[in-house]
Ligand binder design. Sequence first.
Ligand code: FAD
Length: 660
Amino acid sequence: MSRIGVFVCHCGSNIAGTVDISQVLEASKDLPNVVLAADNKYTCSDQGQQAIKDAIVEHGLDRIVIGCCSPRMHELTFRKMLTQTDLNPYMLEIANIREQCSWVHKDKEVGTPKAIGLMKMAVAKVDRDRPLFTMNIPVNKRALIIGGGIAGMQAALDIADAGYPVTIVETTPSLGGKMVMLDKTFPTMDCSACICTPKMADVGSHPNITMKTLSEVEKIGGYVGNFEVTIRERAKYIDYDKCTGCGLCETKCPVKVESEFDQGMGMRKAIYKPFAQAVPAKPTIDAAHCRYLNEGKCKVCSKVCPLGCINYEDQDKVSTEVYGAIIVAMGYKLINWADIYAEYGGGRYSDVITGLQFERLVNASGPTEGHIIRPSDGAEPKSVVIVKCVGSRDPEKGRSYCSRACCMYGAKHAHQYLDKVPGGKCYVFYMDVRTPGKGYDEFYMNTQHDGAQYLRGRVSKIYEQNGKLICKGEDTLSGQQVTVEADMVVLETAMVPADDADRIGAMLGITRDKDLWLSEAHPKLRPVETNSGGVYLAGTCQGPKDIPDTVAQASAAAMKVAILFSKDELESNAMIASSDPAICNGCGACVAICPYQAITLEEVEMRENSMKVIRPISKVNPGLCQGCGACTVACRPGAMDLRGFTDEQIMREVEALCQW
Ligand SMILES: Cc1cc2nc3c(=O)[nH]c(=O)nc-3n(C[C@H](O)[C@H](O)[C@H](O)COP(=O)(O)OP(=O)(O)OC[C@H]3O[C@@H](n4cnc5c(N)ncnc54)[C@H](O)[C@@H]3O)c2cc1C
């Protein structure tokens, strides 16, 4: 027979204003196995907690029910209180008679019976509570960062400066992401490379940072404090220990291909460094285009290299290491506008370019050394049309969301064009102008002073006529159809999730939102955490944002990692799923449904009809299980149960509710 103590909180008048506490006490006293029912003005106060601790001793209580606020508010408080007694902290149930009762009802006639019902359910459940125990998980104090853009670099530097080792994995040959491709950054117009490349150099030379470029994460197992990660470093065909980055190989290489870094506006060689300030400052051979690797002849780079660094036999290196925390900072890509906007020429007109291509054109270290020219004939465009929201705020063709940075970089592009092409004409088609940042609105207003003409409306068609691009649209302010002739059109295209977001998200158990961005645990209160313990988000992989917001989020994610690493051990969740091997039929439904990859099927030797058989049985990893309960619903034979929320306990609650 259990000995249950019931405590009802007034919460000042928060509960007592709409619930008759004396009636609740009266009803609770007579519930099965209840040996004490008492009330308190503020149960969470020191005096309130002391009263419960005293009652446990005085009445020999072995289970506690507290009728008070939401368990989200004070369950942990009361569990901590129980650790100061002889009771297991899980021999406690909270009846939420505030948020779910007194706060949603106006008078005691309704609030009181409902509170009594909630107390009955909690008493029925606590009667079946069993002591639960946590495990101590050691924390491996090494962080992994996926993505080497400004978000990944900022997070890596912050964690490394806090004294912890960091590995940064980047798929391309250099750190920097999109920021290092930009010419200037709004609204201050500082040179993007000048503020980005020192960070790249700091990452490259930091004693606590290991940099793996041209690399990708292949496999992730384990759990918070102990992620087992397999990383593939693709072959670079260069001995980086010997190479000084002199660049002779690159100058002599006879193969030219379109440069990814220059967004196809310039060329690179088959052995190349993507840009002058790349980190690492050493070249790599693009195996898909190297003449020797494909045709067996050439070897020019090897012949000219003074230090014998070229190694055509180089192989991918695959390694597996353990990390305590992971930050995903894999950024964004731009929507493939040509596939969805046939009315803009669908990619047929070379003078219709994207904003990122414009960044490379206007950049002094870009393929045209900063001269704005038409890709078709190299002439300076005397008129430019900038089209905002291409793919953003367009649920029919693109995405319904706003890409947040485009209003500002659209204004930046107008300013840059008018600055570099005196007398040039610049028209900006827009839906709305959104400039909610420090100094942003002033920057946009200045663009209009510079001479940019803003036209409110979408461009409905772009076509070529007599060597000009004709942009047709509606000016919704005047209600007139407008036709603008331009030499060049710049499309400010939507940011969309990076190609690999789905795969990385699935490996880490990170859910994706309706627009397929990686989801934070809570949009307001846990914006850098994910639902997987020890996994954090930084930058645009979580949604469109500009550089200041990206950097702020990266530092916040780094701080979360530093907090995690400040402990030597973590306590695992006690309320986790467990499978009964006698009932489990090894169907694997739990494995498929678990969002945290916490369940595996393991071959177990058993006796069936006095015969030895080997059967697959589901096994829960206590470090990974977050106690969501999805497996218990999927388990058809009923082998899976959630500790603290067993089927029996839930049925008891339902029965109590039905009797009420
Ligand atoms: C045309 C244009 C102009 C802009 N101008 C400005 C401006 O003036 N001011 C401003 O504040 N913002 C501007 N922005 C926005 C700015 O680009 C972003 O805020 C910033 O780049 C976000 O940084 P990030 O690190 O989150 O992402 P990214 O820059 O996209 O970096 C992500 C990195 O992760 C790597 N990666 C991707 N997948 C993987 C993987 N699976 N494994 C390992 N690595 C991976 C990528 O290669 C990349 O290096 C502009 C954007 C555009 C398109």
